[in-house]
Ligand binder design. Structure first.
Ligand code: SAM
Length: 284
């Protein structure tokens, strides 16, 4: 397979046991973190300590500025009114959508995330988020209605570890969209991490240098990232390194008719090497 390198990066994998001693604050990757390659593990990775810290440091205002109006423009140009945010997390995009006047439902598979999102909604503008605890693989069971758009943002789809789960999730998204609906899903640019080797595995800084994210270990089936905070505390996420064209193909195979891919919120990514790709998939 192209790019099937098997690299263990500079620091030894950390199983998270030292990350904090309080309940709900400790990540548990077991004795061999590199073997944790299951979709179901995501709820245990977003422990309260990690989520609280991340949200305290990543300034929402700065995030608004760096993201600009890309998603909002995509939605308004298609006459979207009703949006389902399937990866609500701590609520950043849901709050943004509500502020822009979209009717928004906020789903996530992690109850802790939804609790935080609900509190953030109140804090940032007094919004009452309509939250639903739902796993993408069984979305139609727990979320009802039809939507003009579904957003799955913040490199979330990467948490699905099997092709079966990815197909199931995309099929559930497809089914919840109106006949002319649109799915907007982003992902980290794993192609460059997989193909270009060690040199491309740079550290990504957020909020200045307060948080850094670095791939600690990468092979074709796992990208384990280390998140380090300015006080030295560390957390990890185990993710599946999605190739851009693979995601585009899956989207087409589940029925989306047109898939456009943007790089770092620009359409002209061809000669650059963006950190993120954004897929805009239309149903009709
Ligand atoms: N969109 C938010 C943002 O950009 O800040 C949150 C992104 S966070 C990286 C990924 C979110 O996806 C987490 O809140 C996690 O609980 C959720 N998630 C991951 N896999 C999921 C699944 N199978 N079903 C539902 N939610 C899932």
């Amino acid at each position: 397979m192209p790019g099937s390198e098997h690299v263990s990066l500079d620091k030894a994998p950390n199983n998270g046991a030292d990350e904090s001693s309080e309940d709900g604050y400790v990540q548990d990757f077991g004795s061999n973190p590199l073997e944790v390659r299951t979709t179901d593990h995501y709820t245990e990775e977003y422990v309260t300590g990690f989520v609280d810290k991340w949200d305290a440091l990543i300034d929402w205002k700065k995030r608004y500025e760096s993201e600009g109006s890309f998603f909002i423009d995509q939605l308004t140009s298609r006459g979207v009114h009703k949006v389902l945010d399937v990866a609500t997390g701590t609520g950043f995009h849901s709050v943004r959508l509500l502020e822009e006047g979209f009717e928004t439902v906020s789903a996530d598979g992690s109850p802790e995330m939804l609790a935080k999102a609900f509190a953030n909604g109140l804090e940032y503008g007094g919004h009452i988020l309509r939250v639903v605890n739902a796993d993408w693989r069984w979305l139609n069971r727990d979320v009802h209605g039809e939507y003009d758009a579904i957003v799955c943002l913040g490199n979330s789809f990467t948490h699905l570890f099997s092709e079966r789960d990815r197909r199931k999730a995309l099929a559930e998204f497809y089914a919840m969209l109106k006949h002319d609906g649109v799915l907007i899903l982003d992902q980290r640019n794993y192609d460059s991490i997989l193909d270009d080797g060690f040199s491309s595995k740079h550290t990504y800084y957020y909020a200045g240098e307060d948080v850094s994210a670095e791939p600690e270990y990468v092979d074709d089936g796992l990208a384990r990232f280390r998140y380090e905070f300015s006080d030295g505390e560390q957390y990890h996420l185990n993710m599946y390194p999605l190739r851009k064209d693979y995601v585009r193909r899956l989207m087409r195979e589940v029925g989306f008719q047109k898939v456009e891919t943007y790089g770092d919120f620009q359409q002209t990514y061809a000669d650059d090497d963006p950190d993120f790709y954004i897929h805009v998939a239309e149903k009709h």
